[in-house]
Design a protein around this ligand. Structure first.
Ligand code: ADP
Ligand code: ASP
Ligand code: MG
Length: 416
């Protein structure tokens, strides 16, 4: 008997029929003698609908109230799944994040999980119940409902698996694993049997939304056995999906590049003609950090006559806020700049692979492929296992396809 945490995403619970299918799979695992904790997302499109409603009433809705609204999506699906399970003769009980007591900080709309009280879940499991938990939500120490950021149900699943020391955390979604890139953009993309934790972390942080980045961070911190699978395949015929591994074993696929990630939710801000002096990066980015805005890439040019241009990227949803912060800082003479400009029509494409450590020439291969299509690179950033570029959003899909081909990712390591 093992303890399994299963997480089902929005498409997988998008209709009553699909919820019934999820219940069938859960019932089967339960019959096979496993203890099950099931985390569900809101029905497909529901979180978008709820967030749009808040925007209809205010351009800038209070984040606490946004969370009160957004968290209702998952409350519907936990109840429906528990009903479907009971209908099949499986004793199940649903809990919201607050009922479990998934304690988070108070950063509304992007809260972090601090602690999970697993007592109630363990009691139910010991009684043979299937426990159904709402993903994406928690509660802060004052009792306010919080949400964990878009895609946050993955993190709920992995965090519960970590807290319960589950034998495996299975993320069921609408694709049957992690692919070399988003199969919706590149139909030739190939499913990976296994991927190292480091690569998965990098892909997720560069925008592959198949797993939310924080879920991968949690998995690494607590060494959770994590697998991505399809909820649409027949449970009997189901593939083994993609397993996230923590060691580079010998029989592992030795690809140089394992995947391509991209992110459309980016915006670039450039502070032009600032003084080139100690403290300028802090003067610009300090207030951005104080406003709780995450900065991704940063580029500072070497400018002429003691002046420089300073550019960085932020999440597109925080673009206006970041511009507002900088303009206010400049008005208060905290720094001087000729001009503050922005572009929220950019995207980021990244190639990721641990093989990069021992191979040279990959960056130039990437740049050559993009140049061949006339795609201009606006910013570049590299790490040990990634090269990322910022380009005009309108070339994003083309860039992903061209790179997938240039690195021959459709072929797999054995064919190379
Ligand atoms: P869920 O609602 O189940 O959480 P998501 O839409 O959040 O599902 O994530 C699954 C989607 O992630 C897939 O449908 C696919 O379009 C996208 N995706 C992006 N990159 C990848 C990748 N490398 N491998 C698989 N899917 C990917
Ligand atoms: N329902 C939330 C969202 O759409 C959380 C999730 O699906 O993981 O972002
Ligand atoms: Mg998701």
């Amino acid at each position: 008997m093992s303890l399994i945490v299963q997480k089902y995403g929005g498409t997988s619970v998008g209709t009553a029929e699909r919820i019934r299918n999820v219940a069938k799979r859960v019932a089967r695992f339960h019959r096979d003698g496993h203890q099950l904790v099931v985390v569900v997302s809101a029905m497909a499109g529901e979180t978008n609908r709820l967030l749009a409603l808040t925007k209809e009433l205010s351009a800038n809705p209070d984040p606490r109230e946004v969370d009160v609204v957004a968290a209702t999506g998952e409350q519907v699906t936990i109840g429906l799944l528990a009903i479907a399970l009971r209908e099949m003769g499986v004793q199940a009980r649903s809990y919201t994040g607050a009922q479990v007591r998934i304690l988070t900080d108070n950063a509304h709309t992007k809260a972090r999980i601090l602690e999970i009280d697993e007592a109630r879940i363990r009691d139910d499991l010991a009684k043979g119940l299937v426990v159904v938990v709402a993903g994406f939500q928690g509660v802060d120490k004052e009792g306010n409902v919080t949400t964990l950021g878009r895609g946050g149900s993955d993190t709920s699943g992995v965090a519960l698996a970590a807290a319960l020391k589950a034998d495996e955390c299975q993320i069921y979604t609408d694709v049957d694993g992690v692919y070399t890139t988003d199969p919706r953009i590149v139909p030739e993309a190939r499913r990976l049997e296994r991927i190292t934790f480091e690569e998965m972390l990098e892909l997720a942080s560069q925008g592959s939304k198949v797993l939310q980045i924080r879920s991968v961070e949690f998995a690494g911190k607590y060494m959770v056995r994590l697998r991505v699978l399809s909820s649409f395949e027949d449970a009997d015929a189901a593939s083994t999906g993609t397993l996230i591994t923590y060691e580079e074993d010998d029989d592992m696929e030795q690809a140089i590049i394992s995947g391509i990630a991209f992110n459309r939710d980016e915006a670039k801000i450039s502070v032009m003609g600032v003084e080139d002096r100690p403290g300028i990066a802090y003067a610009i980015l300090g207030p951005i950090a104080a406003a709780n805005i995450d900065v991704d890439m940063i580029v500072q040019n070497i400018g002429a006559s003691g002046h420089t241009d300073f550019s960085f990227t932020v999440n597109r949803s925080e673009y206006q806020k970041a511009l507002g912060v900088l303009n206010a800082e400049r008005d208060r003479k905290h720094f001087e700049a000729r001009e503050i400009i922005g572009d929220n029509r950019i995207a980021k494409v990244s190639v990721v692979g641990i093989g990069m450590r021992s191979h040279v020439g990959l960056a130039s291969k990437m740049f050559k492929a993009l140049a061949g299509e006339g795609i201009n690179i606006q910013m570049i950033s590299t790490s040990e296992i990634k090269i990322a570029v910022v380009i005009d959003e309108k070339y994003l899909e083309l860039a992903v396809r061209v790179l997938h081909k240039a690195f021959e990712l459709e072929k797999g390591p054995d064919a190379a």
